[in-house]
Ligand binder design. Structure first.
Ligand code: SF4
Ligand code: SF4
Length: 132
């Protein structure tokens, strides 16, 4: 014979424990990064230090040549960037860094960036640049 009282108590305990251990499944809000990654293609010397040190494998080399004859770095997976600044700190040529999002967006939209400046996130999200 089943002990109904014990089954109910055990069921209650399991339920309570489950609600403590298991967090509710809720969709995460979209992540907004405070800064944006900026690459100065003409300053890159293809040393690949940033690629090696990026903890999220965001960076890779392009197929194009810059004026120095190197393949500059680009972002192959910009969504994975966590703004850790490792790339900025390791780059010996200051060819890659993080910039304030709003300032960078304004400069990008106004077309005020130097030639060869790449902001991978904007290249994807803001297709139209205003001509100066
Ligand atoms: S900021 Fe960090 S995660 Fe983003 S590209 Fe640079 S090293 Fe990678
Ligand atoms: S560390 Fe700097 S110079 Fe070296 S590949 Fe990266 S961006 Fe280019």
């Amino acid at each position: 014979m089943v002990n109904t009282e014990w089954t109910l108590v055990r069921g209650f305990k399991e339920k309570t424990l489950m609600s403590v251990v298991r967090k509710p499944i809720t969709p995460k809000p979209p992540r907004t990064r405070e800064k944006v990654l900026v690459i100065l293609r003409e300053q890159c010397k293809q040393c690949m230090l940033c690629i090696e040190f990026c903890p999220k494998n965001v960076l890779c080399l392009t197929d194009i040549y810059n004026r120095k004859g190197y393949h500059p770095v680009t972002a192959c997976d910009i969504d994975a960037c966590v703004n850790c600044e490792f790339c900025e700190r390791i780059c010996p040529d200051m060819a890659i860094f993080l910039a304030d999002r709003k300032e960078a967006e304004r400069a990008y939209k106004e077309g005020a960036l130097e030639e060869g400046t790449e902001i991978p996130e904007f290249e994807r999200d803001i297709p139209e640049k205003e001509e100066k």
